[in-house]
Design a protein around this ligand. Structure first.
Ligand code: MN
Length: 129
């Protein structure tokens, strides 16, 4: 339960940049979410399968296994396909957005992250808005 007496929802941050991860974690914890972290895609997939978070915040530009691959895998598995995925990318090209949404992603934001807009969007995606 959080301060408002609501059941805490869990968000998994998959992001290779530790500074970005900390920033996002602090922002989301202030908003009352329980936050899990993964610094690489393999750990992200494992934690998503084991913990079944309510939402995954997925950095698209990851070393090794890309964010797009993680999205495709999670959305193709019975166990994880209901998890909402919000992609975070620094790509500005519209074709990349189409590729990401085509992979089954539920939402899309571009870096730099707006600390005002991100929690609002997440709240909407989780049906809290
Ligand atoms: Mn990255």
């Amino acid at each position: 339960m959080n301060k408002r007496g609501m059941v805490m929802k869990t968000i998994l941050i998959i992001e290779d940049n530790a500074d970005n991860r900390t920033l996002l974690k602090d922002l989301l914890e202030i908003k009352g979410y329980q936050v899990l972290e993964a610094g690489d895609s393999e750990a992200g997939l494992r934690i998503a399968r084991e913990q079944k978070p309510d939402l995954v915040l997925m950095d698209i530009q990851m070393p090794g296994v890309t964010g797009l691959t993680v999205i495709r895998e999670l959305k193709s598995e019975q166990k994880t396909k209901e998890i909402k995925i919000l992609a975070v990318t620094s790509f500005a090209m519209s074709e990349d957005k189409e590729r990401i949404l085509g992979a089954g992603c539920d939402g899309y934001v571009t870096k730099p992250i707006s600390t005002r807009e991100l929690p609002a969007l997440i709240g909407e995606m989780l049906g809290e808005g």
